[in-house]
Design a protein. Structure first.
Length: 218
């Protein structure tokens, strides 16, 4: 079956991004570019629209060690720990990154793609410089959660642990439990019944208890 002109255009756009981003020390896979910029794993997702010759992209980030921390909290084997970095960018069992900035490119040309990649590099440095400070990182995530109303989000809750915002975490978990608000995505291991015996909320509380050696809420 012949590929439509729209699909061909989308492939052209992604192919150009792949080649040019590699020159800028990004890795490319599927429709993502990604790299480690301490202390974060930074990624950009690209969504081309051939019919409109348009490109939507989103700059995202998460602490590089957030997935390892999540595995430690939940009691799940970190079978991706020594795998390719791409697994942590786009795998369902990994923690989803936080969105930093959206881009929209109309009437895509190579020159405009070059300008977009330049802007992505600049905004990546801005992200790292601003949010490497734990307090600014916390305030950034807190403001997004308040706007979106997504307290029951494993990315947010696990990042609170990463930032050692234990009191904020416990207060949030207490509220979610009292209101019987479940996580947006609930992880289940069909091969490990013990993994499913406790909710992620209780596992978060246990982790904080262990770290602070203080008995907290239930």
């Amino acid at each position: 079956m012949a590929i439509s002109a729209n699909k061909l255009r989308e492939k052209e756009i992604l192919s150009y991004i792949k080649n040019e981003s590699k020159k800028r020390n990004w890795s490319f896979r599927g429709w993502h570019i990604f790299k480690v910029k301490e202390p974060f794993l930074v990624s950009v997702s690209f969504y081309p629209y051939g019919k409109q010759n348009k490109l939507i992209s989103n700059l995202q980030f998460k602490p590089e060690d957030l997935d390892n921390l999540n595995c430690e909290i939940s009691g799940r084997d970190d079978y991706f720990k020594n795998g390719p970095l791409y697994y942590k960018v786009n795998s369902f069992s990994m923690i989803f990154p936080s969105s930093y900035l959206d881009f929209e490119l109309i009437d895509v040309t190579e020159e405009r793609l070059d300008s977009l990649l330049n802007e992505i590099d600049e905004k990546t440095m801005e992200l790292v410089n601003n949010l490497s400070d734990n307090e600014r990182h916390y305030e950034f995530l807190k403001s997004k959660v308040e706007i979106q109303g997504r307290l029951a989000d494993s990315t947010y809750l696990t990042t609170l642990v990463y930032l050692k915002k234990y009191e904020e975490l416990l207060a949030t978990v207490k509220y979610l439990k009292e209101k019987e608000i479940n996580l947006r995505i609930v992880e289940v291991d069909l091969n490990n019944r013990q993994f499913n015996e406790k909710s992620f909320y209780d596992k978060l509380i246990d982790y904080v208890n262990k770290k602070t050696k203080t008995k907290r809420i239930r």
